[in-house]
Design a protein around this ligand. Structure first.
Ligand SMILES: NC(=O)c1ccc[n+]([C@@H]2O[C@H](COP(=O)([O-])OP(=O)(O)OC[C@H]3O[C@@H](n4cnc5c(N)ncnc54)[C@H](OP(=O)(O)O)[C@@H]3O)[C@@H](O)[C@H]2O)c1
Length: 315
């Protein structure tokens, strides 16, 4: 089968001729991949900074949408023909940038029929990251004021929507290309991050004292974001930034992990239209290097996906 990935850690991304997956083991299913998400985290896998369970030569890709084609013993929740999505780590046979992938059946959830393959493929990592940041690291409560720094991106955009659903009052940073979309997502104020005084503007909009809590989704952005947080407030970053000091503000690092209960609820919200995500670029597997390059440079206009052997969705 075809896959896209690397022959060695740190190698360039290329199209690979990979062995077909073995039949599914107990608790596993084989998927025909329809689409797979591409994020700058895949470059961290490529360069050896994130061990996702494989050794090269390997297809990259840690999020997927596809159709079940084979089911291992003990799997009761899925059967051939089911359409699913997931963040199936650790990877079992190959990464998700391939025509087929073997996954743990406990790590996939049903794809809502009305959700396009590309959207479903781009959703799991940013949605789980946003949910885990808000509900576990920051514990954002109803009526709290939350800053989302980097709300124009996929993860920041979903964080705005999820925080609004939790009843928080969201102030966001975004550039001109994303500001309207972020405002439509429910942010009460959208501040242009290109103005270096933006943390002061956020403090002003929060009533002067600063926001209760902040989520940073901009590489290197925590030091700015913390300036908008009130004394003894909370800051979480998804970017591995150095710890930002300041006036008793707590600091949390968020690293996404698979969580099937969370993904089931998030996927349902996507199907109901209460969460939205617009894919910016969809390319074939053969253009994986260009797709990754685009994601690393910042997926302006929406996340990037790779298409594999697509058949029409059941929708
Ligand atoms: N820790 C984890 O588990 C985890 C999980 C997912 C993602 N991440 C990381 O989180 C970051 C965001 O990921 P993503 O996939 O959501 O990104 P993305 O979709 O590629 O976000 C790109 C957007 O970020 C905005 N942006 C760029 N520079 C900015 C700045 N200086 N200030 C404010 N906004 C800025 C731009 O929005 P505008 O249109 O508004 O200009 C741009 O469109 C990445 O570094 C990614 O690696 C980490």
């Amino acid at each position: 089968m075809l896959g896209a990935g690397v022959r060695q850690i740190g190698g360039r991304v290329e199209l690979l001729d990979l062995p077909e997956p073995p039949g599914p083991g107990p608790g596993e299913v084989v998927l025909d991949v329809a689409a797979a998400g591409v994020g700058n985290w895949d470059d961290i896998v490529r360069s050896g900074g994130w061990d996702v369970g494989l050794t090269p030569p390997m297809a990259l890709g840690v999020e997927v949408a596809g159709t079940v084609v084979a089911v291992g013993s003990g799997v009761t929740g899925f059967r051939p023909g089911d359409e699913v999505l997931g963040h199936p780590l650790p990877l079992r046979h190959q990464g998700c940038w391939a025509e087929r992938v073997v996954v743990d059946a406990d790590l996939i959830v049903a794809k809502p029929p009305n959700v396009p393959w590309e959207t479903a493929a781009a959703f799991p990592v940013p949605a789980l990251t946003a949910e885990q940041a808000l509900s576990e690291s920051l514990r954002v409560a109803e009526n709290e004021t939350l800053l989302v720094h980097g709300a124009g991106g996929a993860t920041g955009g979903l964080a705005v929507q999820l925080a609004v659903l939790r009843g928080a009052r969201v102030i966001a940073t975004a550039g001109p290309a994303s500001a309207d979309r972020v405002a439509r997502s429910g942010a009460v104020e959208v501040v242009d991050y290109r103005d270096r005084s933006w943390p002061d503007q956020v403090r002003k909009w929060s009533g002067g004292a600063g926001v209760d809590t902040a989520l940073n989704a901009v590489p290197g952005g925590s030091a700015d974001a913390v300036r908008a947080v009130r004394e003894s407030g909370r800051l979480a970053t998804i970017t591995g930034d150095p710890r930002s000091a300041g006036w008793g503000v707590s600091f949390a690092d968020v690293y996404v992990r698979p969580d099937t209960d969370q993904l089931t609820k998030l996927s349902a919200l996507l199907g109901e239209g209460r969460l939205t995500l617009s894919v910016g670029l969809a390319l074939p597997l053969a253009e994986a290097a260009a797709a990754l390059d685009r994601a690393v440079r910042g997926a302006n206009g929406g996340p990037v996906v790779l298409r594999a052997n697509q058949r029409p969705s059941k929708s």
